[in-house]
Ligand binder design. Structure first.
Ligand code: SAM
Length: 229
């Protein structure tokens, strides 16, 4: 059944313009059709009461829980090509609640203000579609670009992990640090990796813990997926 993220006003469901178009012109919905809508992190079975004007009524709440126990933030260094698109989609499917675009010493990608605005809009669309597809109750927040040297405290978690390639080896450090029910941040570096100075400042200034993602050196996009999964 088609699912949309929506606003709920009393028993009425209000869809965004793009979703109204999709419902009426792609799905060719008719009066009486049922859809699912997510509002305020809850899932509702809804009925189309009328088409013109469009009135969608909540029928009943569907108990569901597709979210992770932990509140997960992914810090992902600006990477080339479509890697960020890919990671936004996969991080959404894997349950991240925040995706923070990160600037580090070795990032080769730079976005000017205009490009960044356009990119953020694109990433938000990818996250919304991935949330609908994966039946999530939340759409992750896409933020950035944050400089590694100056991480706002509100983006940090109870546990902050930096996947450092020079720690490559046993993954005990990763798994031993994920405690049920706590908020967790995981930071993934760019194609060129982290400098030792960066990792030292993360551990000393922000109390990040170095973790390994295994014995092999993963591509940045693979590392993000591995760490989240
Ligand atoms: N240029 C680095 C090198 O050759 O050693 C590799 C960087 S890797 C392509 C990009 C990022 O993925 C790293 O900064 C790190 O965050 C993460 N990563 C990849 N493999 C890892 C591993 N085995 N352990 C920890 N982090 C890893």
């Amino acid at each position: 059944m088609q699912r949309y993220f929506a606003n709920k006003v009393n028993k009425n469901i209000i869809l965004g313009d793009g979703d109204v178009h999709h419902l009426l012109h792609v799905m060719r919905a008719k009066r009486g059709d049922e859809i699912e809508a997510v509002a305020d992190n809850k899932l509702y079975a809804c009925i189309i009461d009328s088409l013109t004007p469009l009135v969608i009524k909540v029928n009943y709440e569907i108990p569901t829980d597709s979210e992770l126990n932990e509140d997960v933030t992914l810090f992902f260094a600006l990477a080339k090509g479509e890697k960020i698109d890919f990671v936004v989609q996969k991080a959404t499917e894997l349950g991240a609640n925040k995706i923070v675009l990160l600037k580090t010493e070795r990032c080769v990608v730079k976005f000017d203000d205009k490009t960044l605005k356009h990119k953020l809009e694109r990433f938000e669309k990818i996250a919304k579609e991935a949330s609908e597809q994966s039946h999530r109750l939340k759409i992750p927040e896409i933020m950035g670009v944050v400089d590694l040297k100056n991480i706002p405290s509100e983006l940090l978690s109870d546990i902050n992990l930096v996947a450092y390639e020079k720690e490559a080896g046993s993954t005990d450090s990763l798994f031993s640090n994920v405690n049920k029910g706590k908020s967790v941040s995981i930071m993934i570096g760019p194609e060129g990796g982290f400098s030792e100075e960066e990792v030292n400042s993360l551990t000393s200034k922000y109390n990040f813990r170095r973790v390994s993602l295994g014995k092999r050196i993963l591509r940045t996009e693979t590392a993000a997926v591995y760490a989240l999964s």
